[in-house]
Structure formats: C-alpha cells, structure tokens
Design a protein around this ligand. Structure first.
Ligand code: SF4
Ligand code: SF4
Length: 330
C-alpha cells in the first residue's frame, strides 16, 4: 500500500454521507470530524489527521460506501503519521506481551492472568491452530480446549503462536504487518489454519491464506459438536463481519441447542478497536456503552464473542462473554 493508493481511494469519495450513520464514532458524537467522510476529507486536505486517532478501525463505513472507498488504505496511511503508540514489538514477543498485560492488569482487574502460550504438536499435524497473540497469552484454556476437541474428532493439530499483523496496522506499521504474515506462512507450510480470534482470521483470509474461524471449520468439515446450551446473544466482530463469519458461529450454537436472541446490531463495534481497549478514550467509551446496552436488552445469559479484544472489552463492561468454543464439550 502506498501513499498514492491511499490518495486514490480518498478521491473516490463523493461526500454522499451514506457512511455516516454506520460509523460508531459519528453515532455517539454527531460530529462530522468523527465521521468517515470527515476523516477522508481531512486526509485529502492533508490536515487535522489527528481525527484518525479516534477511529476504531471497524471498517463499517466500507460496507456502506456506494463508491467503494477502501477506507482501510486511507486509515493505515493516516494513522502511521499520528499514532504515538506502536505495540508491534510487544505483540510479536509472547514474553513481552505477557509482561505488558501483567502490568496493565494491575489497573484493569478484568484482564485474565497472562500465561505462557501453549506449545503443542501432534505427529503428522494436518491442521494448524492459530490462537492469535492476545488469545495465546490471555485465553490459554481456549487453546487447550481446541487441541482436545480436534483430538476427539480425529484431527491432528499443531498450535502456531504469533501475530497476524492486525495490531501493526492499527499503528500504520504496514511493513511489520506484512512481515508478520510472512513469518506465519513459513510456519504454517500450506496447511489449513483454524483461528480462535475472528478478526485475525479475517486478516489472514484477506492475505490469501487458507484460514477458517473455529466455527466455520466445524461447519464446513461437517464435524460433530456437543456441549452446553445457553441463552446467548452473538457479537459479530468488525473485521470478521466482512467475511460473514458470524453465520458459522450461529450454526454451531444451533447444533449445541443454544437459544440465540439477536441484539439490535450484532456487528455494531464493541468500542475496543484501534487500541481503545488500552487507551479508553471518551469516544470509545461512549461506543462501548451503546454496545453494552444492546447486549443487556436481549436478556441473554452471555454474549458470544469470538474475538479476544472484543471479549476483553465486554468483560471490562461487566458482561459475561464467552467464545463459542467455551460451550463445546471436548
Ligand atoms: S472505520 Fe469505523 S470508526 Fe473508523 S470511520 Fe469507518 S466506521 Fe467510523
Ligand atoms: S459513503 Fe463513501 S463516498 Fe459517501 S461520504 Fe462516505 S466514504 Fe464518501
């Protein structure tokens, strides 16, 4: 991606405003500067680029845009110039990530205790389990369960820990994001990848890898599942929504006998995008509150979230958040 490409995308904007109501930051501020159109215009004019700092990089605006503006290209180019925080080095090292999250946990007690990523490899492993960087250190129990589940259905796996590069893109580090995918490709060696973090799966799909969300793999391979049936609602994480991954989550829930009560806008941003789960600024907090109310209105016992950063934000807001795999018996 180049500056030229980003500028080309920005020029496609015809100021129609169709994206405004879909944008969570515009939705809570009613301020044009916090809208996709306002941000695209700022980029075109080359000024006030700090308006990108409040963008949650949820990409809902792309889904609404009739002119096909690839907002992601503009965002990555703009945020590179304004983002002061770059966590690329941290997410690439599980040890550093664990240490950092351990420190953050002192002031954020909702964070699970970090642990060493699980190392696992079956002889002749045919499928790669890719937890994603955050899941590997904060939701290790989920990774163990995935290994156990696949063993129970006769599939040999290898757990490959690492980063998909999405965290790099949040700080405009495109080169770092590209290298993260290259490193992953070398370790995956052409095998199918089953991801436990939906937004990472979406990123890997966009990069042309054979990646499946856990529920997607179960459905497409016709694998059996049994487990707990609960009254739940489903949150569709933003990047994963571009690939319609939520339908597989719902299908697995149906197979489990769970009752799903849909919330008003399942793919409304959780409020944690773009590092906001660390920074907690006013705009992302207001978006988180909107989402929390949507979940609460359903009366569900839990919100199903298959992306770890969204899950953490739900936990922060005092909600019971589970991955669909949490309900599966292994
Ligand atoms: S990526 Fe999301 S928050 Fe950012 S401008 Fe688009 S809709 Fe708004
Ligand atoms: S919907 Fe697309 S073309 Fe219309 S204002 Fe938004 S970015 Fe521009």
């Amino acid at each position: 991606m180049t500056l030229e490409e980003a500028e080309k995308e920005a020029l496609k904007c015809v100021h129609c405003g169709f994206c405004l109501e879909t944008c969570p930051t515009y939705n809570v501020t009613r301020n044009e500067l916090f809208s996709p159109r306002g941000r695209v215009l700022a980029f075109r004019e080359g000024k006030s680029l700090e308006v990108f700092a409040s963008c949650l990089f949820c990409r809902r605006c792309e889904l609404a845009c009739p002119s096909g503006v690839n907002y992601s290209k503009i965002y990555v180019e703009a945020i590179r110039r304004v983002r002061k925080l770059d966590v690329s080095g941290v997410v690439e090292s599980p040890k550093l990530l664990s240490l950092t999250l351990g420190v953050l946990r002192r002031s954020r007690p909702y964070l699970p205790e970090p642990r060493e990523p699980l190392a696992h490899k079956d002889e002749g492993a045919e499928v790669v389990i890719f937890p994603g960087c955050i899941t590997s250190v904060l939701f290790g129990g989920l990774v163990e369960k995935a290994v156990k589940y696949f063993r129970s259905v006769g599939i040999k796996t290898e757990v490959v820990n690492g980063c998909c590069g999405l965290a790099h893109l949040h700080s405009g580090n495109e080169e770092g994001a590209r290298k993260a995918v290259e490193r992953l490709k070398e370790r995956v060696k052409g095998r199918p990848i089953v991801g436990l973090s939906s937004n990472c799966v979406a990123r890997l799909k966009e990069e042309g890898l054979e990646a499946y969300d856990f529920a997607e793999f179960v459905v497409k391979r016709g694998l059996p599942v049994k487990g707990r049936a609960e009254l739940v609602t489903v949150h569709d994480s933003c990047h994963a929504s571009h690939f319609g991954l939520g339908k597989y989550t719902r299908e697995v829930l149906r197979m489990l006998g769970a009752k799903v009560v849909e919330m008003e806008e399942p793919n409304y941003e959780c409020g944690a995008g773009g590092y906001s789960f660390i920074l907690n600024d006013d705009v992302s907090e207001a978006v988180s509150e909107v989402k929390k109310n949507m979940v609460a209105k359903t009366g569900a016992e839990a919100v199903i979230s298959t992306n770890p950063v969204c899950t953490l934000n739900f936990l922060r807001k005092g909600l019971r958040a589970l991955h669909v795999l949490d309900l599966v018996e292994a």
